[in-house]
Design a protein around this ligand. Structure first.
Ligand code: ADP
Length: 487
């Protein structure tokens, strides 16, 4: 198959969150399976250019209609981790992608509407007819609308569209001006098309993507149900119901060439399910690095963005519960909210002299590897979690996840005591209610098992290490969807 992946992010060159990892991981898997693939991205000024190989102009003077004028673009090609990528660079007063950041601009709607149109214009002008166009999140929600409203009648009639929702909290809700800018008619401001269900005067780009795509996925089966049935859909529930015949969840994978204690060069000692001694050496190394005392205690960790989505008040509670229950605690957390950052800085000052606790506030990829390897348990008390990667990484490192049973966390972590799965498939601890008592119950059971039944705790570690959340699995599911919509 020939797949064009059109997205606003791809790791590591343009990464804000999990979307970037999915575009990267899924693309690599499809290439490994010998499919033809290219990723189409905006040519941001803040791309990590040092990670693009062979960057070269491959198409000049692509004129893209936008509102009442045409914008000239050049298109560059290059590879990122062997993934063929195309970068669209517009030249206009709007300076769409020369803003020093990926998102957060007042005209993000126009920037990405333009990008969606430019990607299609490029395919049209170069005679490309991908079998599948796979687009992602609200930024490229307009692409299937543009394809079927404007480009199919012009002859770009072969592609079918798969559209993936990574987080429906951001839907690209904007004014009707966007339709005019993109060259679309006002008839799309209709309830069964792109009209926002909460603000009837507004256009919803993500809704347009769901209505027009041949198939829409989200990143776990549980999240698919949650956003269709509950307020986690943020107003998209009716649209997802109406399109339920072409909507489903596919779990994200993780890249086991990066996240694997057998080959990880960021950790002092590699280890495997067969030879676990390295994990205990890494625990010592983590203690030395973070100046924790060397005592017979489990290490409970959190590696997370510090955002309300991640359950920050429960993260704070987990610190004190762990310390009060003979466990050590390590936090690696990065936040963009001033109040939340101030809260954790205050906690750090308060706990500064505690030899069983270290709070590291910031983003540190390398330290995250040592924490996954050195910790015994990882707490993830999210309010909602479309898929979640940290529980998958923790399991691969034999670190037992303690998670709130929501979204992808519920689909991937099976409770040691309450799951109906056989013991060898149970991988951690889960809790339902979004409150301190529920969290304490799960943490208490995990810490209790560590002290009282180390053999069972060890088995739980191994169960997680043997679970397979590679892209191999997820890539197969996406290919089935591609084949289904081509059939
Ligand atoms: P989200 O995309 O919502 O932040 P995910 O669980 O899908 O959550 O992905 C989080 C990824 O970011 C993981 O790879 C995790 O290791 C990494 N990460 C999160 N916070 C930090 C941090 N403070 N420092 C380093 N890596 C982090």
């Amino acid at each position: 198959m020939y797949i064009a992946m059109v997205a606003s992010e791809c790791a590591p060159v343009a990464k804000v969150g999990g979307l970037a990892d999915v575009v990267h991981g899924l693309s690599r898997e499809l290439l490994l399976r010998n499919h033809a693939l290219e990723v189409i991205l905006p040519m941001y000024d803040c791309l990590r250019y040092e990670r693009v190989e062979g960057l070269d102009k491959c198409y000049s003077n692509l004129w893209v209609p936008f509102y009442d004028h045409w914008i000239r673009c050049d298109v560059f090609s290059g590879t990122v981790d062997q993934i063929p990528c195309l970068f669209i660079k517009p030249f206009s007063q709007e300076n769409f992608f020369d803003r020093g950041s990926f998102y957060g601009e007042h005209d993000d709607d126009a920037r990405f509407a333009f990008f969606s149109r430019a990607a299609l214009e490029f395919m049209y002008k170069t005679g490309r007819q991908p079998d599948i166009i796979h687009c992602h999140d609200w930024q490229t929600g307009l692409l299937p609308v543009l394809l079927y409203e404007l480009y199919e009648p012009l002859g770009l009639d072969h592609p079918r569209v798969c559209y993936t929702l990574h987080n429906v909290r951001h839907q690209g809700v904007t004014g009707p001006h966007i339709l005019q800018q993109a060259g679309l008619g006002m008839h799309l401001l209709a309830p069964e098309k792109m009209q926002d269900d909460v603000h009837p005067g507004a256009v919803n780009l993500m809704k347009g993507g769901i209505v027009y795509a041949n198939f829409t996925t989200t990143v776990s089966p549980r999240y698919a149900e949650e956003i269709k049935q509950t307020e986690l859909g943020h107003g998209l529930q009716a649209t997802l119901h109406a399109n339920a015949h072409k909507f489903g969840g596919v779990l994200n994978g993780i890249d086991y060439s990066v996240w694997n204690p057998e080959v990880d060069t960021h950790i002092p000692q590699q280890y495997s399910p067969q030879v676990m001694a390295g994990k205990f050496a890494d625990k010592q190394a983590l203690r030395e690095r973070l100046l924790l005392q060397d005592k017979f205690k489990p290490i409970v960790a959190v590696v997370s963005r510090l955002d309300p989505q991640k359950g920050v008040h429960l993260i704070s509670h987990a610190i004190f519960y762990a310390l009060a229950n003979d466990a050590q605690f390590v936090l690696l957390g990065s936040g963009s909210d001033d109040a939340i950052n101030a809260h954790f800085h205050a906690l750090k000052a308060q706990l500064n002299d505690n030899p069983d606790c270290h709070l590291e506030i910031g983003y540190d990829e390398e330290l995250s590897h040592l924490i996954y390897a050195g910790a015994d348990m990882l707490v993830i008390p999210s309010a909602f979690e479309p898929c979640g990667l940290t529980q998958l990484i923790a399991m691969k490192y034999g670190t037992v996840p303690i998670v709130r049973a929501t979204g992808g966390l519920a689909d991937t972590v099976f409770d040691a005591n309450h799951s109906d799965r056989p013991y060898e498939e149970r991988t951690g601890y889960t809790f339902e209610a979004f409150d301190n008592a529920a969290l304490e119950n799960a943490m208490g059971r995990a810490i209790g098992l560590w002290y009282k039944y180390p053999r069972y705790f060890h088995q739980l570690r191994l169960n997680g290490m043997h679970a397979d959340y590679s892209w191999d699995q997820s890539g197969g599911h996406y290919l089935n969807i591609y084949q289904h919509i081509r059939a």
